[in-house]
Design a protein around this ligand. Sequence first.
Ligand code: ME8
Length: 637
Amino acid sequence: MSDTFYITTPIYYVNDMPHIGHIYTTVMADAFARYQRLKGKKVHFLTGTDEHGQKIEKAAAAQGIQPIELADRVVARYHDLWKLLDISNDDFIRTSEDRHKKGVAEIIARITRAGDIYKGEYEGWYDARDEAFVPDSQVKDGVDVESGNKVERLSEESYFFRLSAFQDRLLEWYRSNPECIQPKSRHNEVMRFVEGGLNDLSISRTSLKWGVAYPGDEDHVVYVWLDALTNYISALGFGNDDDASYNEFWPASLHLVGKDILRFHCVYWPAFLMSAGLPLPKQVFGHGWWLQDDAKMSKSIGNEVRPDHLIHRFGADALRYFVSREMSFGQDANFSDEAFLERFNADLANSLGNTASRTTAMTTRYLDATVPTPTSDGPVPDAASTAVEKYIRHMDALEPNRALEAAWRLLSTINVFLQDKQPWNLAKNGEEGRKELESVLYSALEGLRITSILTEPFMPGIAAALRKQLGADELPLDLGRATEWGGLPAGTKLGDAKPLLPRVDIKAYLKEIEVENEKRAAAAAMAEENLITIDDFAKVKLKVGLIKEAERVPKSKKLMKIMVDVGEGEPRQLVAGIAERYAPEELVGRRIVVVANLQPAKLMGVESRGMLLAASIDGAPYLLSADDEVPPGTGVR
Ligand code: ME8
């Protein structure tokens, strides 16, 4: 069996800030990475960002910044979040990095050499949200009926990958590797899709600039999914001078992705690799979606959960635990603050926190905070070995929620045992009672030590704090000998007892966040009032105008009627409040800036078809002007 384990998350788009979905995949990948380390594997854990493509180009334009600036901002947020959540990734790849571009160039070179690329014309639909080509049969009224996303028509020169030629080889791979796509239902889904036939895939775009330059053809950039998928090998040094990590870790043990992008990972990616003559990943797992009120979170609906308040108040580990335990791996689940708080109280504060604090408090009180002689009496030792065995079985089968259930059954056995034996009464029963008291407390302490190992992949911070309280922080941390009964030596001094996870008053907390949310909504509404998007600004059509005639509006001190050439043939009539500062003869021949798409209005009975721009100092107008060489009608932006 290989002693390396290479695990990846998808690389996340930088058009949007991270939310619970991105947190979930990364936390689960982290849990598996930590688990494999506990098993003694040499782990390489990769995450990163997907920075190219139309979606990012558009998002950056909407904010009036360069795509790379947007990427830098969002990447900084990802780095902060992964630090806060104690994610133990070994590397973070950005597709804007040179090492990645070299990897993309190399895989294209290999596919080209294999004769699987040809030049043609792409005529069809494109879904910029998923960065996917959509077949005609799937589009109705400009919408992809499968995803519900809007699509646009493309017609451009493109390089094509001969995906159609890989149908049989892909089917053969699925059939002879029943484990390669998980869960099983997804394996069947992908097979059915491929059995339905495959079209060749457009792998370059000309109508887009923000991407990896297509090798040898400057007019094209590489299609963002070919670019993105290659991150899994470019990050290891594939196509670079130093490819030692590639040789050590490829093929990946596990690509962990959401079910939304399974097809890209199970059809395109293996086909690219087959063509390039490279080994295929061992397994792709497509997990379910976090929903809110049964709807998938999405930017357009604006229902994405960003649980910063939960992390801030309860710590990263509480959130890590909640997402790991609440969702049956592979299925969908709803996210709610209420569900989080209930689990927090029941599983963390009660089952774990209380058991730990009762055990350490009694050991402190009755046994001078010192671990007594090891014993294997009572039900806890068996419960511990069953828990470890089940935990390993479920983790190996990618059933993390069930692995946690197994660990919590051990906690429950410890709890029931303490309740039965009532150590506080044993303490009153002389020498006989004292012997049993020591045995009961040893079982509880040792059961907790083993729990601290099983929970480490999910809650590294809490697990470490628990081990410290048990005086076990220097003891080995692995899933071999360390989980055998009796590891906690007699005479060990307990660490300081601090409450690990105090209960929360759910009602009071929900009220607190309601008030917070109201405040936040009010702040957002204000921000919205003051800020406009670039699209809002683009609605205002500004043009340079040349003043041809000017005369005061009779009986008005302020108003001047002017005729302005805005490049439309006929001059436009405008009425402006500038007569107190400018004489008509000063105006004729000036080049000014005009709002050309303002609804017409009447001022003192005179029609005005537009508005001129002027700076205003204490109410006095100072006209904005344009240089002499700018022709009338020129757009201003
Ligand atoms: O698809 N529930 O990036 P992305 C659970 N760049 N997981 C969710 C989720 C939800 N509601 N929403 C998102 C991309 N995710 C591409 C990937 S890989 C070569 C390129 C998670 O930023 C889930 O893992 O849209 C999903 O696959 C991923 O975020 C999509 O992230």
